[in-house]
Design a protein around this ligand. Structure first.
Ligand code: MG
Ligand code: MG
Length: 259
């Protein structure tokens, strides 16, 4: 049985989610050619610790770092390494924090310097597909309404939708029921209830939808090794309109993105 969170619980998840947004903005301000993913990870660890919170991914199922950093053909779960970023890379940065007993979870894909028009279209489409999904996250709808909205937005742009990894409920645990796929059929799946807190996180590939895992036991890459993007928000299902608890506002201030 799914349970909606209380307003007190939602308030704490909102705080954790805001800290994730601020951490990603801190990371955003450092991203440029020459910087290494490990440097970004170190800064995120310090920033989260300075705010008396715990990096949500560090040691989660044995993950070795605070951020998942997935470059170019890496979809998600990339382990930060010491290879300097180069102009034209894209970098998906996924961040979770645990504060006051509750998680927040959000991800953003950054362009390093100048990226090709095609890759920029992938980034824009993936972010737009996230918001299409969020529009469907209202009480009385079903999980399939979210998935089909994301899928339609991505596939109509000619991109591949990853099937193997999905969004999720969250709260006292990083991953709670229900699973929230980025594909599906309208009107199908688990019914969404008022107060349900979920993360929606489209993983969209420039090429085909298929993925594979590297031998490091973590990194998911596209099977065709073409780039992949990932955007994620934590939000609460409400009647009429979802309330997004995480934010890209701080990130996009740093990036001077006009939204
Ligand atoms: Mg995440
Ligand atoms: Mg997540």
């Amino acid at each position: 049985m799914l349970r909606g969170k209380s307003e007190d619980e939602i308030a704490l998840i909102r705080e954790s989610s805001l800290l994730v947004g601020k951490t990603l903005a801190e990371v955003a301000s450092l991203i440029k050619p020459g910087v290494t993913p490990l440097e970004l990870d170190k800064r995120a660890f310090e920033f989260i610790s300075d705010h008396k919170a715990i990096p949500g991914f560090l040691n989660f199922n044995g993950f070795p770092n605070s951020l998942c950093i997935s470059r170019n053909e890496a979809v998600v779960h990339g382990i930060p390494d010491n290879k300097p970023l180069i102009d034209g890379d894209i970098l998906s940065v996924d961040c979770g924090v645990l504060m006051n007993g509750f998680y927040g979870d959000s991800a953003y894909t950054f362009a390093v310097g100048e990226v090709s028009e095609e890759v920029q279209r992938l980034l824009d489409t993936t972010k737009r597909s996230l918001y299409k999904g969020i529009e469907q996250a209202i009480a009385g709808n079903r999980v399939g309404d979210i998935g089909s909205a994301v899928q339609e937005e991505a596939e109509s742009a000619g991109f591949g939708v990853v099937r193997e990894l999905v969004g999720h409920g969250l709260g006292r645990k990083l991953h709670e029921p229900p699973e929230v796929p980025n594909f599906g059929k309208r009107g199908r799946g688990t019914k969404l209830i008022d107060g349900l807190v979920i993360a929606i996180e489209p993983m969209i590939n420039l090429g085909k939808k298929d993925v594979t895992q590297l031998r490091d036991g973590w990194t998911i890459v596209t099977a065709d090794r073409k780039p992949s993007a990932h955007f994620e928000h934590t939000l609460v299902v409400r009647k009429g309109k979802a309330e997004v608890l995480s934010t890209f506002e701080y990130i996009e201030e740093k990036l001077n993105v006009i939204v």
